[in-house]
Ligand binder design. Structure first.
Ligand SMILES: C[S@@+](CC[C@H](N)C(=O)[O-])C[C@H]1O[C@@H](n2cnc3c(N)ncnc32)[C@H](O)[C@@H]1O
Length: 273
């Protein structure tokens, strides 16, 4: 085992991260840059610092996970979401709530807002809460300014309608930026921030977290969705085994799951972890 592997073996469990999901070469370089900025020259010294300074974990975490996102990421999933989940929800006519968990710089939450705006009027109110553990990502979300690569899956007419070019970047319309509430939230250590009709938890917990922690997150998400509520995952993600009592794949099959009603199976425990 190399020094770096030994470092990961001790540092990852406290962050709830799985070693298998990490891109070793990138993160080794990033961790070494962090160590250099702290005047440290070996992983043992950094481990010692992490042990005595719990706040350093927050600086390490974003170096180990990816915080990149984009609008309409895996566009087919958003097409399905709009047609099979958002349209019927809007047609019900009651106020609705959505949560983007692990929202990075807000692209996913803003995509949801745009899709809602594009549904036929009248539409009930949809409140959208977007959370992430990384404060720098949340600050970028509030700024609403994106590079061209963040827009590469956005349909042309939508890009025209919702974004303005600004010095080589794209500024999202201010009313859209203001329509989403951003908040710091740690999926690993905090209960869900409410009850929602739709939860998006994509390319975060079910990619990076250790298997035991994934089960806890699935249970926690199940407790925040009423029967029929929708959970959206990343295109390549799967729910952990043993969660089929809570979630059933929505039709057409893809990355969307529906919360099973209490008549099918009992709810999981809802107590905060
Ligand atoms: C790859 S981005 C995914 C962004 C978006 N959901 C998407 O699919 O494009 C992963 C995000 O998960 C966040 N994250 C990692 N650990 C987290 C935790 N414990 N609680 C909340 N968010 C976390 C990261 O900060 C990062 O912004």
């Amino acid at each position: 085992m190399t020094d770096f592997e030994r470092f990961l073996a001790e540092a990852l469990p406290s962050l709830g991260l799985s070693p298998t999901a990490l891109r070793r070469r990138n993160i080794r370089r990033r961790v070494m840059q962090r160590m250099a900025s702290l005047g440290l020259h070996d992983f043992q010294a950094y481990l010692a610092l992490l042990r005595r300074t719990p706040g350093e974990r927050e600086a390490l975490r974003p170096l180990l996970t990816v915080t990149i996102s984009r609008f309409f990421r895996n566009r087919k999933v958003f097409d399905t979401l709009a047609r099979h989940i958002l349209a019927p929800l809007s047609a019900k006519g009651s106020p609705a709530r959505a949560w983007s968990a692990g929202c990075a710089s807000g692209e996913e939450a803003f995509t949801l807002r745009i899709l809602w705006e594009e549904l036929p009027a009248p539409r009930p109110l949809l409140s959208i809460l977007a959370t992430d553990v990384d404060e720098a990502s949340l600050a970028r979300a509030a700024a609403g300014l994106y590079s061209e690569s963040s827009l590469r899956e956005v349909p042309g007419p939508i890009a025209e309608k919702y974004f303005l070019r600004e010095e080589g970047k794209y500024r999202l319309r201010e009313d859209v930026v203001r329509s989403v509430t951003f908040q710091r939230h740690d999926l690993l250590f905090e209960p869900p921030p409410g009850v929602f009709d739709i939860i998006l938890c994509r390319n975060a917990a079910f990619t990076y977290f250790a298997p035991g922690r994934r089960m806890e997150i699935a249970e926690s998400i199940a407790s925040a969705l009423p029967p029929g509520g929708a959970l959206v995952l990343g295109r390549t993600e799967k729910l952990p085994p043993g969660t089929s009592a809570w979630f059933t794949p929505a039709r057409p099959r893809g990355a969307i799951y529906l919360r099973q009603g209490p008549s099918d199976r009992p709810y999981p425990a809802t107590s905060p972890r």
